[in-house]
Ligand binder design. Structure first.
Ligand SMILES: *Cc1c(COP(=O)(O)O)cnc(C)c1O
Length: 407
């Protein structure tokens, strides 16, 4: 008899986006004349930077020639891309990361989900609340939690991000082994300072723990004082793995390219307490279970580091940040407490009522779709997330409607 992995049965069905779609469809059917503006999505809307399009075209043409054809590439990524990443994303910021510490992949979603395969089942996991659901669900699948009770999985340590701590969680009071952090944050748009990040790095060092640092929104940082990489913090190389993606920085959500940084010095322990390096384990996992990102896509990712590519990506992000500013200003003007939107494409808004109730209010009175904060965890109740991934005209129109509906 073939039995299933019963941990999958613990997973809470994610009704969030299907619930949103259902409510929007019902509203649209009742009000066919209203043009609904969708500000709920965490997906980019602008086309690819021209430099990336051209690089991809050139690479496809190369593949169609005898001399330029390439079959399987290195699983870890082509040297040209790994070198460009190490130089531009890390060394240029004073972080001593080498090309052979970069693992190119088809997405941070997969990487953040796959990395936990390297660790024992009984490790203690700390996860932020509200959270990007991938961190949580992949650990549930792996059997690292108990059942779901009162909105949370048993056995997990939740790191509350609330107004009281400015949406940067405090250190856990108990021993934890694996810590997920994401800054700039999805869904709150909050950021972490160097000093605050240093506290986490020191904690991981003292507690023989490891930090999984998701920097998917690093490119949105405009405040020059904020760290772009955890490796800007001294001592982080031994205790942190970092995830980066071209999805939000270059509009690659449909193109697919990302990378994970596993420094040579990064360590965990075996059951006898002996130090074990993570780099060879991840290298083994990656080369056994993954066969590399396509050559044209890696050339497109490389093009984000050319001078034209850098300027085009920056213009792309500046557009979204301008939208975020309009959202944040508009919502603050009518008296709501909000964070994010300054170094991130998301604005996190305290609603003073149930998340879904506020969702319905915005939909019915303004024809605007948001994401109810409760969908990201218990601490998201009483909040909504507005996303800046839209056209400027739509954002301006949406905020005018919201002001009229709520003021
Ligand atoms: C969008 C996003 C990513 C990127 O995921 P990809 O699989 O690379 O598209 C990673 N982490 C967070 C928190 C995100 O919101």
């Amino acid at each position: 008899m073939l039995t299933i992995n019963e941990h999958y049965l613990k997973l809470q069905a994610s009704y969030l986006f299907s619930d949103i779609a259902k409510r929007v469809a019902a509203f649209q059917a009742a009000h066919p004349d209203v043009e609904v503006i969708k500000m709920g999505i965490g997906d980019v809307t602008n086309p690819l930077p021209q430099a990336c399009v051209e690089a991809m075209h050139r690479a496809v043409d190369e593949m169609g020639t005898v001399s330029g054809f390439r079959g399987y590439g290195p699983e870890q990524g082509y040297e040209f891309l790994r070198k460009a990443i190490a130089r531009n994303d890390f060394q240029a910021r004073g972080a001593d990361i080498r090309a052979d510490e970069i693992f190119v992949s088809d997405g941070s979603k997969c990487d953040t989900g796959n990395i936990q395969e390297l660790f024992a089942t009984d490790v203690k996991i700390a996860i932020p609340d509200p959270v990007y659901p991938v961190y949580l669900d992949t650990n549930v699948m792996a059997g690292r939690t108990g059942g779901f009770k009162d909105g949370r999985y048993e056995g997990m340590v939740y790191l509350d991000s609330t107004r009281a701590n400015s949406y940067v969680p405090e250190l856990p009071r108990e021993q934890v082994d694996l810590i997920y952090l994401c800054f700039p944050n999805n869904p709150t748009g909050s950021t972490i300072t160097r000093e605050q990040l240093r506290v986490w790095v020191d904690f991981a060092r003292e507690n023989r723990a490891l930090i999984l640092f998701d920097a998917a929104y690093e490119a949105f940082i405009r405040d020059p004082g904020l760290p772009h990489s955890i490796y800007e913090i001294e001592g982080a190389q031994e205790v942190a793995v970092e995830f980066r993606s071209y999805s939000k920085s270059a509009g690659f959500t449909g193109t697919r390219c990302a990378f994970t940084v596993v420094p040579r010095a990064c360590r965990a322990f075996d059951s006898r307490g002996n130090k074990q390096l993570i780099h060879p384990l991840w290298n083994r996992r990656h080369s056994t279970k993954f066969n590399g990102v396509s050559y044209p896509v890696q050339r497109a990712a490389e093009a984000t580091y050319s001078s034209e590519g850098k300027a085009q990506c920056e213009a792309l992000i500046n557009g979204y940040l301008a939208n975020a500013r309009i959202i944040r200003q508009g919502i603050t003007e009518i008296g709501f407490h909000a964070v994010g939107g300054e170094n991130a494409p998301y604005v996190w808004i305290e609603t003073q009522k149930d998340s879904w109730e506020f969702f319905d209010l915005l939909l019915n009175k303004a024809g605007v779709v948001c994401t109810p904060g409760a969908g990201f965890g218990k601490c998201g109740q009483g909040y909504i997330r507005l996303s800046a991934f839209n056209s400027e005209a739509n954002v301006i129109e949406a905020m005018a409607r919201i002001k009229k509906a709520l003021a």
